[in-house]
Design a protein around this ligand. Structure first.
Ligand code: GRF
Length: 205
């Protein structure tokens, strides 16, 4: 039976759709059990519904972090989720949530971590004068954009790049590596040694 994904978003949801495409095209053996947004008007929710997914909003505004995360855990449990994928989810998770899904939460970040964690990573890379940036899929631990790295892709920073043009090229790579990283984690064909995620065989191109 396919493993069940819970995808958390806050906005556009293009990574969610890239994962959905990978599932539809049998590049990823999984089922999207539920997609949840903490913002009621996230465009990704409308598109998700159009495509027939169970896409729900769970507004977080004004709620205490742990109380909100308890609601979220309940929703994910209802949908019997095996793995939680953060895809542009703009809210820091409580320790409670992270312990609840120990090593079963992934995130995608638009930089080569540990460089440029946090908001506006593409802007940070440009401002810093980095010649290369990219994206990272990692396990989520307490601590912003920390946790063992599963996969990364490198994207050159061009002289005439703006934060937007760089973000667009990075996004293409995000859409490629996130489904691959999810497939690896669902396969269980890896071990974690300290901070290192070591696949049992070569999976990534
Ligand atoms: C992506 O750049 C992702 O790396 C970051 O937030 C953005 C989300 O984009 N965490 P989308 O909602 O998946 O289109």
């Amino acid at each position: 039976m396919s493993k069940r994904l819970g995808i958390l978003i806050s906005g556009r949801g293009s990574n969610f759709l890239a994962i959905a495409d990978a599932v539809a095209q049998h590049r990823l053996d999984a089922e999207i059990a539920v997609v949840i947004s903490n913002h009621p008007d996230a465009p990704g929710i409308a598109v998700g519904r159009e495509r027939g997914f169970q896409a729900i909003t769970l507004p977080s505004k004004g709620l205490d972090r742990e109380a909100y995360d308890c609601q979220m855990i309940e929703e994910l449990r209802k949908s019997n989720v095996d793995l939680v994928c953060l895809a542009g989810y703009m809210r820091i998770l409580s320790g409670h949530f992270i312990r609840e899904f120990h090593q079963r939460i992934l995130n995608i970040h638009p930089s080569l971590l540990p460089a440029f964690p946090g908001l506006d990573a593409q802007h940070q890379a440009l401002d810093h004068g980095a010649k290369f940036s990219g994206c990272t899929v990692h396990f989520v631990e307490e601590g912003l954009d920390s946790g063992p790295i599963i996969s990364q892709a490198v994207v050159p920073v061009l002289e005439d790049d703006t934060a937007e043009s760089l973000a667009a090229r990075i996004l293409k790579e995000e859409h490629r590596i996130y489904p691959e990283a999810i497939a690896l984690v669902l396969s269980g064909q890896y071990r974690i040694e300290g901070r290192r995620v070591i696949p049992f065989r070569k999976i990534f191109a």
